[in-house]
Design a protein around this ligand. Structure first.
Ligand code: CMP
Length: 405
């Protein structure tokens, strides 16, 4: 890709300025030509092996790709000197386009950034070619050095692409006028694409921020229509900010639902394994248990002063603390019985004993919690008696402490 890019920059420029006298450029040209020849062998070998592996010859694909590689590797410029026929080597750009497309598909993490980079890559090449094209038809006069020639042509191209130019470099004959029209039309296309796509691409780049903005708009509408109190507005906004900054709160279960069952378990496991292993209760649990529970845990976020539940509430879930701090309050809520930190769990007494909540739980900081529903809690405990025993023991100890206090 680097070699082809060099060729794509060098060949059109060389046609206008005859750069062959520069030793460094000559060496680079030779090196790139050599690499393009070696590339044929590498590609051919790869396609041959792939064809064998697939057990069916894909000759059409093989020959068309190989043909492109062979044509591009013929060092026309080195063999026959400067001439417009060298441009044929730029056919290799087809392979660069294929490579970028393949890379974008394979690379998930940076796929959006890659779209932006590939746009910048192709437009830069296009601007360079348009600049070289202008140099070939516009005579700037004698005694002007190469850099000034290139820069003034680039300046004309950019001003014509982005606007109608400043009028200091003007086309004087029909060829130049037609060229100027073509450049101005290209500008419309390029900037139309830019405005149409880059805004979307940029908003996708920071999906968390885009979601935050959308949420804030919903909040603003709700406030205007229904009149939410200032305090509640502040808390909702605080929550959105926390979710945006921590990049949590994203409901993984929605994404997991889109996957087939086998893949879903593996992805859930990989996303939650670290958290599950961070909970002391599960540290010695079997791999089977971790797999069973991974799919059932649902991430929730609590903001400071949120009540997860209050004493005497009916119980449907138990919770695991992933991060943050919570306090356990007695029924009157005037005494803190304990504080819960990352790795702790709560809400098990009511589930184990089938009674309402024995205490109130309130978040003191932002917390990430994993929630486990009553039904799965029961079934998981039935199949994993060693974990059940530990939870029951903890419930017994806590209850005892509670009554002592
Ligand atoms: P549950 O009764 O379902 O709801 C309140 C929870 O607070 C309770 O389960 C326990 O998980 C937790 N809890 C009660 N007392 C204590 C304590 N002394 N220390 C830690 N956690 C407690």
């Amino acid at each position: 890709m680097v070699c082809t890019t060099f060729m794509a920059l060098y060949i059109p420029l060389n046609l206008q300025m005859n750069l062959t006298s520069n030793l460094l450029i000559k060496v680079l040209h030779w090196t790139c030509s050599l690499i393009l020849i070696i590339d044929i062998y590498v590609r051919y070998d790869w396609i041959r092996k792939d064809t064998i592996a697939q057990d069916k010859p894909r000759w059409t694909m093989l020959t068309s790709r190989l043909l492109v590689d062979i044509v591009a590797a013929i060092p026309v410029g080195l063999m026959f000197g400067t001439g417009y026929f060298q441009v044929i080597q730029l056919i290799k750009l087809v392979r660069v386009a294929q490579f970028i497309r393949m890379f974008k598909q394979a690379e998930v993490k940076f796929s959006i950034s890659l779209t932006l980079i590939s746009f910048v890559y192709w437009t830069s090449l296009l601007f360079h070619w348009l600049t070289c094209g202008w140099m070939s038809i516009y005579d700037i006069g004698h005694g002007v050095d190469r850099a000034t020639r290139y820069i003034s042509a680039l300046y004309w191209t950019m001003t014509t692409l982005t606007s109608v130019g400043y009028g200091d470099i003007v086309p004087v004959n029909n060829i130049q006028r037609l060229y100027a029209i073509m450049v101005a039309m290209t500008g419309l296309g390029v900037f139309g694409y830019l405005i149409g796509n880059v805004v979307t691409i940029l908003s996708k780049l920071d999906a968390g921020y885009a979601r935050y903005k959308e949420h804030v708009e919903h909040l603003s509408t709700a406030t205007k229509r229904r009149g939410l109190s200032k305090e509640l507005q502040r808390r909702v906004l605080d929550y959105y900010r926390y979710v945006r900054d921590e990049k949590t709160g994203y409901d993984e279960s929605v994404f997991l639902q889109t996957l087939p069952e086998t893949l879903r378990t593996e992805v859930a496991l990989s996303l939650k394994k670290e958290f599950i292993e961070g909970i002391p209760l599960f540290r010695n649990a079997s791999e089977r248990f971790v797999v069973d529970i991974a799919l059932q845990l649902q991430l929730i976020v609590a903001t400071p002063h949120d009540y997860i539940f209050k004493a005497d509430d009916p119980a449907n879930n138990m919770y695991f603390v992933i991060s943050g701090e919570l306090e356990v309050l007695n029924k009157k809520q005037d005494q803190v019985l304990a504080t819960l930190k990352a790795g702790d769990f709560f809400g098990e007494i009511a589930l184990v004993k089938n009674v309402p909540r024995t205490a109130t739980i309130r978040a003191t900081t932002y917390c990430n919690l994993y929630k486990l529903g009553r039904k799965t809690f029961k079934s998981v405990l039935e199949t994993h008696p060693e974990i059940a025993a530990q939870i029951e023991e903890e419930a017994r100890v806590r209850e005892q402490r509670y009554y002592e206090e």
